[in-house]
Design a protein around this ligand. Sequence first.
Ligand code: BGC
Ligand code: NOJ
Length: 827
Amino acid sequence: MKFGFFDDANREYVITTPRTPYPWINYLGTQGFFSLISNTAGGYSFYKDARLRRITRYRYNNVPIDMGGRYFYINDNGTIWNPGWSPVKTELDAYECRHGMGYTKITGKKNDLKVNVTFFVPQDYDGEVQQVVLTNEGSVEKSFSLFSFAEWCLWDAQDDSNNFQRNFSTGRVEVDGSVIYHKTEYRDRRNHYAFYSVNDTIDGYDTDRDSFIGLYNGFNNPEAVLANKATNSFADGWAPIASHFKKITLKPGESKTLVFILGYVEMPQDQKFEADGKTINKVKAKAMIEKYNTPEKFEAGMKELKGYWDKLLGILSVSTPDDKVDRMVNIWNQYQCMVTFNLSRSASYFESGIGRGMGFRDSNQDVLGFVHQIPDRAKERIIDIASTQFPDGGCYHQYQPLTKKGNADIGGDFSDDPLWLILSVSAYIKETGDWGILDEMVPYDNDMSVAEPLLEHLKVSFYHIVNNLGPHGLPLAMRADWNDCINLSCFSDTPGESFQTYTNPKFAAEGGYSKVAESVMVAALFTYSGPNYVAILKHLGKDDEAAKAQAEIDKMKKNIMESAWDGDWFLRAYDANGEKMGSKECEEGQIFIEPQGFAIMSDVGKEQGADLKTLAAIDERLNTKYGLVLNNPAFTKYYIQYGEISTYPGGYKENAGIFTHNNAWIICAAAYAGQGDQAFKYYSEIAPAFTEETSDIHKTEPYVYGQMIGGKDAGADIGQTGKNFGQGKNSWLTGTAAWNMVAISQYILGVQPDFDGLAINPSIPHEWDGFKATRQFRGATYNITVKNPNHVCKGVASMEVDGKAVDGCIVPYVDGQKEYNVVVTLG
Ligand code: BGC
Ligand code: NOJ
């Protein structure tokens, strides 16, 4: 069942009922100011950091779901409603929500009054602009009232949600004409405030939540709206809000347009106040309001936003035989890559914005799907991430975006982290040809006095693995590898111990984690990412170092085949007891997805047919109609030696859930191994546009990836096998966005930036006749036509560039050439 449709021409998903199976959200803003907005206008805004600089309040895990947002209430002679249906939930005569690239338009209609609200964050602007168009579509004059509503968060979202003994007494506001200012703590230690304005006179306002809503009422029946009159309340402590009240009369056919702005302002310490030392200096706020306070200015801002996305999405566009692929590649997957790049895993409807900042491994992977859009921002991010590394190559697992400092609460010792830096830096160089990034001086642990060129950070990343090997010559697993839930040094039997940060004291003498537990996943990630480091060294003429690094890679491959090849697939790990994990010999969890793709893509055991055997085992044991499960059979007991993974009921999350992120690695690997049909099958099982038809089962947004889909084992241990099979969770902030962008564009369609230029080496479904692609790359436009007359999956039989035959599959780069016409024939 569907709850809307794709409008590809406008790059929108159009939701046609407010009762979606879960709130379906969008993100506004790409720079400093961000908003989350659901299809009923729920959500919140923050500046740069969803924890430390939260602007409006949102209550997670609420009943009913999705309460709190920016709401417009209409009181039309006692009929009270919202254009987005919620929170009042009066049945509307018409409803529509259009989520587009950086904006959301919600339209509701009731009793001949149509209200259309467009929300967006303009470019280079720290505020959310909301245009409300009210139209009388009836044949008699209408008089009604409009109330706006936003609830301020007291800046630090964590403190805001738990330190009530203090923060119920700190709220402060100012009201100046039609502008409501939130200046909590501004007098003291903060140099930022927020405001909510409207470009018209008002008939009243409220700034105190209890006066507006009433102590025993809810968002669904605010007292002021019921009474059809603002109370002009002035918040002093308790919960400050901002609500404008306006009486409106419209003749038949008449419209009125209002522009509201929810803005954020920072002021230099010495200019914070007016002469009285109390009243806030509003100069910047006024300038911000001035910028978008008319419908014309609003339109100009929307046009600029559209131009921004035209440009970004013009960098790669494809025309394939499958319009769902085109929709994903040309629009939604790229859009999601921007969002994951900006927010890492911090703020979504499943990530509270409090728990996590930017992840070392997460953000490095996000770069892979984003770097072609704005390489300079990718570069800045790479340097920020690398700055949280330690001189020995280890790193903080996370950092806060506001301070850019490593997060000591989480610490380090995640065994895979350093390797992702090699991949992100390589992706940046492949995209741009800018080798200069390697010379950038990058600190360790943010200490500039110990800065070294980025190249050295790659070296310490590479050798952090080599210097931390276990008994089989495989990388030590440490606290966890990519799979946060395989915690081989945890052995936790006490409630409340965080699997991510707790290591059992029995390993204290060994340095904090087992020196026996080894990760095959990291071994394979090493053999996959390592060759990039070697290629960089060779390019720089450092042949000796390159040879030394290559020898380590070769040795690792040998060690994998000697100790981690299970006969039909690769093992997952050795646990702290030295026992195999992910082997036929195991009772449960015999095969895991994570090491397989990277091992295949680095040709480990290829001469023995390990690649095709592994792909066959994956298809047989892990594949389902909704994607590949992470492991099989699911764990049904708690294995203290494995950690968090076996705490999840089977079929969910890392315990045999469909973790879409590592599905992408298998898609890449199948494509790499020439199995284009298999690759595309897995792609179409999870790509959102393909799940649209089953939105009632899938539940989360059909335009973006979620982290996890319930696996085939869900419910098995309660006698309801398949319960929640196919149900998506944790939408939006997942490495799947970047990796499936890589999988479809670079591995299936095969348009792959390489150090030497653009390679075209597709691995497609055999029935495709071919496809076309346009790619902006290093200042030139590549017009690519792929022909598949013999209906093969993979194999470049010939390549012509501007009519001339070329050997291999890399388009030779000619300095200064602005356009390349490339024809590739498979066969
Ligand atoms: C989740 C993981 C997540 C980790 C870190 C675990 O509980 O299952 O997906 O990466 O926590 O927050
Ligand atoms: C989500 C986390 O953000 C990511 O870092 C991790 O690799 C996966 N979960 C798997 O545990």
